[in-house]
Structure formats: C-alpha cells, structure tokens
Design a protein. Structure first.
Lengths: 345, 345
DNA sequence: TTGTATGCGTTATCAG
DNA sequence: CTGATAACGCATACAA
C-alpha cells in the first residue's frame, strides 16, 4: 500500500487536518518528493519553473521540513547541547553566550540542559541530551570520575569544562585555580595579612579541592590558615560570616564570588568594615561583583574565551579532526575595594 | 535488499563499527526487532527468558534506543523547550527551575534556547526549537505583536510568559506590573517622597511600557515624575546614576533590580547615602538583592510559581484539554533598607 | 534535470 | 506471546 493511498484513507476521517509533509507539497506542486527535497535544500540543479511551483506550494501550505525526520535521514541534527549543573550560577552565562555565538557561525544551535544540581539525574540527562544532538559540552564538576569514565563512550564527541578525565582522551577546558589562589594570596600577603580564613565550597567539588591544596601549599611557613565549611551560594556565605568574628583572621578567601558577596553582606550587617577591619576576596569575577559595596577583589576567569574554545574543539571532534590542545586558563587578579592593609592588632 | 544484508555489506568495510541499533540487538539475541522494542519499553507480555536474552544483548552491546528515530515513530519527543531572551537575567532562573521540575514529574525534559537578545534570530529560533519538541514556553517580550501573531500557528502548543497575544488563544502568564508599581509608589509616598525619577527600561519592552503607564497614572496630582532613559542591566543603572544628582529627586524607581543595583553602586561611589539622601526601589526581587548594601526594596515577583503553572497549561494543551485560566501574578512589596524617609530640603 | 526506490532506527498493527 | 511489515518524514544513490 502506498503512502499516498494511506493518506487519503485517513483523510476520510479528518480531511482538513492532513499533515503538511513533503509528500503533500509534492502532490500539490505536481512533482516528486525528491524534487521538493532538492528545492528545500537549495539544490541549484532544479528547473526554475519547478522550483517556483514547489516554493509556492510550500508557502501556501506553510510547509517546513521536520527536523526530526531530517535528523534521522541525515544522521546529524545540527545542534549541540551543553549540560550545566546550575543555570543560576552566573559563571556559566559567559560560556553559554560565547558557545551560542560560535556555534551559530557554523549554523549550529545550542540547547541547554540544566541538571539543577541533581546529581542523581545527571548521567541520564547527559546521555539523553547527547543522543538528541551531535555533540556535548559537559560541565559536571561533582560527577565521580569513575562514573564519568563509564559514560564517556556514550557521550562522545564531547568536551569537558572545568575538569579533566584521565583515562579518556577528550578535550577539556580547565581553569588554573591554583594559580588564581596563589595570586590572591600573594596580594593579601603583600597587604600584611598573616592569618586567613578559607570559606570552603562543596566537598564533592573538584575545584574546591584544587583551591584547598593551593592554599595549604602556599600557607606553609608563611601564614596561618583557618578552613571553614561553607558552600557555593550567597546564602552560604551570608550564614558563615558570623563565625568569622571569633577567628582573629584579617582576611577571607571565599570559594567563589557568590559566597564572597554573601559574606560581604553579612559583615556589613554586623558592622564590620571591609576592608578596614577585614579583607575579602572571591573567585570567578561574575558580572556584578564589580558593583558590590565595596567592589570585590577577585580572581577573574575569562569566561568569554571558554565558549569559542569549547566550540572549536567540539567542531574538530565532530569532523574527525584532531582538536587543539587543552586549555588551562589562568585567572587574572582583579584588585578592587574589598581588600586593604591588614589592621594592626 | 533487506536491512540485514545491507548491514553485512557495510561490515566488509568496517566490521567493528557496525552501529548498535535495535536490529543488531535483535540479531544478537536471536529475536525480532519488535520483541526488542517491547522489552526496551517495559512491555510486560514478553516471555521471561526472551526478555532476559534481550536485556543481556542490549547490555553487552551498550544499546540505547535512538531518541530521534523514536520521536519520529511516536510523533512525540518527550521534551519541551523554553525560549528566553537572556539567560543572564536571574529573573528567568526561577522559572526555568520550576519548569524543569514540573515537567520532570511527567517524564518530560526541558531544553533551553537563549536568543541572546538577538531580536532578528528570535522567530527562527522559536520555530526550530518548537519543531524539535512537543511544546514551547515562550518568553519574547520584545517581539512585535504582529510578528508573533504570524508565528503563533507554527508554535502551538505554547504558553506565553510576560505578555498576552490578542488574536490568538493560548495561555499566558503575566505579571501585574501596574500593581507592583502602585505598591512601590505608595510606599515611597508614605515616606514623604514627592519627586521621583524613573529609570526606564528598553523602549521595545512591553513591561517597561506597563510600568511607565502605571507611574504616570499614579503621579497625576500627587507627585512629580522625571523619566530617564536607561536600560535593563547593571551597567545601564550604573551609568545613569550620575544624571540623578541634578534632578532634585529624593527617590528612584528603577526598571528592574539589575538597574537598581547598578545605580545603588554608583550612588555609593558618588558618596550619596542610600536611603538617607536618596531612596531607591527595584523590581523582580532577584536572588541576591537582599544582600546588597543596603538591601533593596523591591516588588517581589514570585517566580517559583510561574514554572509549574506554565507546565500545567502546556501539559493541558499537549493533551487537548483546556488549560486553566490565565495567571496574572501580583508582586508583593518587599520593604528593605534602600528606602527611607525623604530628606527635608 | 527529474523521478523511483530505499534507508535512517523505532514503534505499532496485525497475523500467526 | 512473537514475528513480519508497514508507517513516521525526509534525503539520496541510481536510473531514466
């Protein structure tokens, strides 16, 4: 039974609702489906008059090719996906923006999947997202390495943000947290601070681990370090600030800018002057921390570079070329108003 | 020529790379594709031993059904999309979060498309996004009504956020900007302010228009209103603040919280005390404005409600039920530290 | 240049 | 309960 007679059978039930497919356009224009396909894809070797007829028919019927069917036939979708753990973190917006633009230049679209910090769903989400598109940019800092290693074959081609994956060769864009921390510490030391607090991020965060290590290494024989469990959000920073007063520290290194901002806010409520009585530094340089009161000294991560670089590597992968070497971005120390000379005791 | 012999022809060239499809699993398990399909979809009426064989084969081969092929066969994708003009605006994150969770309960996934404020690409993006999934949540405040009206048939089913569309019956979730503005103004008037500045959002923004109208209406015979072109971002608010000093206003109504925050920051730099010398209010109550110095008085939009409600309506639409009536959310006045009594002249 | 026939990977119908 | 087989909507060798 041909497709067409099938269609007309259905038409008996619902004449007006016949779906507008390539077949309908073909019938309307009086050509074959192949010709319609050619016209829609801009194939130049189609007679002008036929092309006209097809375009008119398509126009009248409001026809547009089905991306799903097209993807199946072509074996590619023309989209890539990025998985992020938390869209609320301004950290990602720069990456997303750059990635969107870079991909658009090659006629690729970006879709974003947010795991909402739901660690449990992340693997499923990643696989599903990946299978609906041609490539993946993966940011899953909390996912255990073994699990990621298991998933890796199913996710390829993909590029990693903010972590590396020993045992599976795929590009990754990482940030040199250690260097950033060193710069911040050097800055604080130069201001005379000798006893610092670190407001730690989530235990499971690899980047937190990197920061901690760098801090301890720098501290050896140079300054005292007090580590305070905290978190990664405004609220965490706000809540932890009260503990700061008893610690005799003169400066605070926060896990990231969000935490730093929360702490800053609480210190202000407590009547503690920043930076006169206490200095504080963040990490990331998210968009608005230059506007806090006082503006936040931080390690500025050039997020706008990451998007294009991620795309460049993913694009190479998708075309079976070998991607450029991994990027290890070094943050730039951004001195603002939240740091000042250590108060004399 | 059967599928299978076709496959083995190819295998000549690349034996090891034979794609793992339902057919391969079927062959491996020694059953038909139909059976594999049944097992993969949890169809209970399959003999235990067969089901076992299939699962083992699938496991060994690392098989997972192709979402694309599946979507084509089923006529549905199991995903919805949301189009936003700017992921950087914290305003959307609450909505996205709620929408993700609500959809997940029905086993639907959410994909996000960001138009990056690129008005030109927005229609194309909306259509493409829509055609790759089963429904759309559309937030396109700047798109001209006529254009949206043209697109509407191709976008259905969809629900609108933050605007209505006369001429096309589809659910929309809107915010009662006028009520929010009225509450803010009432608050400022009660504090003795009689000359206010409004930092206007983008001309093309319908919500800006609503705010302006409400302000003018409220102002009649009650207070003086100075309207300043501004924008929608931190930077806009920061930049416009210098103009404020000459205007003799005692209070500022900002287009949104971002602008308010930028202004707050600049006023602080200029040595103008908020709220002693100048009061300032925002709109939206995005997550961190409770942490600014001073914390921002604003009209709090309950964004966490919008996501679930959007899903409820989209879900109804996708199932040919009639959705509940439109929502017109009324913001709640959130008085914080950025407003105080008008200074006496 | 155009049409025919087939494949893309699944699901669903319908016999057996 | 299981297996052929026909869709789903499109693209593309191949033939004409």
């Amino acid at each position: 039974m041909s497709n067409r007679s099938q269609s007309s059978e259905r038409a008996h039930a619902q004449v007006s609702v016949e779906r507008v497919t390539i077949g309908l356009v073909a019938k309307t224009a009086g050509v074959s489906r192949a010709t319609v396909s050619r016209v829609m894809n801009g194939n130049p070797r189609v007679a002008q008059d036929l092309a006209q007829r097809v375009r008119r028919a398509a126009e009248e019927l409001g026809y547009a090719p089905s991306p799903v069917a097209r993807s199946l036939a072509l074996g590619r979708t023309g989209i890539i996906a990025m998985l992020v753990p938390d869209l609320g973190n301004p950290m990602f917006q720069g990456i997303l923006h750059g990635l969107t633009d870079a991909a658009a230049q090659e006629n690729y679209r970006l879709l974003v999947a947010d795991s909402n910090e739901n660690l449990h769903e992340e693997p499923v989400l990643a696989i599903e997202a990946r299978r609906r598109c041609d490539g993946l940019v993966l940011c899953a800092p909390r996912m255990p390495a073994e699990q990621l290693l298991d998933l890796a074959p199913q996710l390829a081609p993909f590029v990693l943000i903010n972590r590396e994956l020993p045992g599976f060769a795929t590009p990754s864009l990482t940030i040199d947290f250690a260097a950033g921390i060193r710069d911040l510490v050097t800055h604080l030391l130069s201001l005379g601070h000798r006893r610092l607090a670190y407001l730690a991020g989530p235990d499971t965060s690899a980047s937190n681990h990197a920061r901690v290590q760098a801090l301890h290494k720098a501290a050896e024989g140079t300054f005292e370090l007090v580590e305070l469990p905290c978190g990664a959000t405004f609220a965490d920073g706000h809540a932890v600030a009260d503990q700061l007063t008893d610690l005799q520290v003169t400066a605070v290194v926060a896990y990231n800018d969000l935490v730093a901002f929360g702490t800053l806010s609480r210190l202000h409520e407590l009547g503690i002057n920043v930076p006169a009585q206490m200095s504080i530094v963040g990490f990331d340089d998210i968009p608005f921390v230059r506007y806090t009161t006082p503006p936040l000294t931080t390690a500025s991560v050039p997020m706008d570079q990451l998007g294009p670089q991620a795309w460049e590597r993913l694009w190479a992968l998708m075309n079976d070329k070998s991607p450029e070497e991994n990027v290890h971005v070094r943050p730039r120390l951004e001195v603002r108003g939240s740091t000042g000379p250590a108060p004399s005791r």
